[in-house]
Design a protein around this ligand. Structure first.
Ligand code: NAP
Length: 312
């Protein structure tokens, strides 16, 4: 039986991913999230609609302790034979934090902690639970690339220095804009996908690892910290037309969510690893990620520094 673990799989585009995994692939799901109620409600919908097994597990990706506790539970369930080895990890949770500096329970800048570092730890803890040929799909964003219009508008990504990013805004270091914090966390995810692939090859593992850009989708909850009028404006047909005409990458919750499910389990992607796929105008294509994302030295450093941050 195929089992997939998701972060951010109960809302936004992740909700469509979960539905597609259930409907098209008949996969059993482990839905993780920080709030039990919506997880349980969506788990019921999936069980009733698709007759699959769904295991909701509380996990706040911004908190290292919460991630460790969640994986302890998952390990126990696996040992008891109540869940199968994981065919895929879909690491899709993400958020933007406008306003003053906020830090995770571990003291790390919240955008970096939520979008990147929590997923880094989740991968480390999930490795022993993976099935042969398992896939890891990481939801990044086209905004990670400062050469793209998306990246320029939201805020040019900073160098992927994990220690600096984790402690951004502390002491005399200025806090980068919310947009730069977001795009940089998404750059770190692309580099994580590539570095994970390199390490898998070196260790003889057949795991594969893919970074994904769903394209801009103003309907989801991602813009929830924006003023309401701007949110409404962003969702208007005119704004969408303007964005498409200007050349922004344009996604769609249904198509992008389903694409993420296909990346995780679809036959079409079974030989893909260390690639970046983008959903744009109802088409999913392999494209180049930003120039810096291919820097192997920086990726290795990012990995090693991240290990240090999750080990303290
Ligand atoms: N929408 C876009 O335009 C766009 C473009 C490019 C990339 N993306 C990326 O796509 C992914 C999905 O976003 P979305 O657009 O579907 O937005 P969304 O509706 O806000 O969904 C984000 C998901 O992440 C979860 N999440 C946030 N913080 C979390 C935490 N600390 N612990 C656990 N889960 C947490 C949310 O759970 P709660 O329900 O608990 O908040 C929600 O399920 C994100 O990684 C986002 O960065 C989105």
């Amino acid at each position: 039986m195929t089992t997939v673990l998701l972060t951010g799989g109960h809302s936004g585009l992740g909700r469509e991913t979960s539905k597609r995994l259930a409907q098209t692939y008949g996969a059993n799901l482990i839905l993780t999230g920080r709030d039990r109620k919506p997880l349980e409600a969506f788990a019921d919908t999936l069980r009733e609609g698709f007759h699959i097994a769904v295991t909701p597990i509380e996990m706040d990706v911004a908190s290292l302790d919460s991630i460790r506790a969640a994986f302890q539970k998952i390990e126990q369930l696996a040992e008891a034979g109540r869940i199968e080895p994981l065919s895929a990890l879909v690491l899709n949770a993400g958020a933007q934090f406008r306003g003053p500096a906020r830090y995770s329970p571990d003291g790390y800048e919240l955008t970096f902690a939520t979008n990147y570092l929590g997923h880094f730890l989740a991968i480390q803890l999930a490795l022993p639970l993976l099935a042969p040929n398992a896939r890891v799909a990481l939801t990044s964003s086209g905004t990670h690339d400062p050469a793209s219009l998306d990246g320029k508008i939201v805020g040019r990504a900073l160098p992927p220095n994990a220690l600096a990013l984790a402690h951004a805004g502390k002491g005399s270091t200025p806090l980068p804009s919310y947009g730069k914090r977001y795009t940089t966390s998404k750059l770190c995810l692309v580099m994580l996908a590539y570095e994970l692939d390199r390490r898998a090859r070196e260790s003889g593992s057949n795991l594969s690892s893919i970074a994904f850009d769903p394209g801009s989708i103003p309907e989801t909850g991602l813009l929830r910290t924006m003023p309401k009028t701007l949110q409404r404006l962003g969702r208007s047909g005119f704004a969408k037309w303007l964005m498409r005409t200007a050349g922004l990458t344009s996604g769609n919750a249904l198509f992008s969510g389903a694409s993420l499910a296909d990346l995780a389990l679809g036959q079409r992607f079974s030989r893909k690893s260390a690639v970046y796929l983008q959903s744009n105008r109802l088409s999913l294509a392999e494209v180049r990620s930003s120039a810096i994302s291919y820097d192997e030295n920086l990726s290795r450093q990012l990995w090693n520094d991240s290990l240090e941050l999750v080990s303290t």
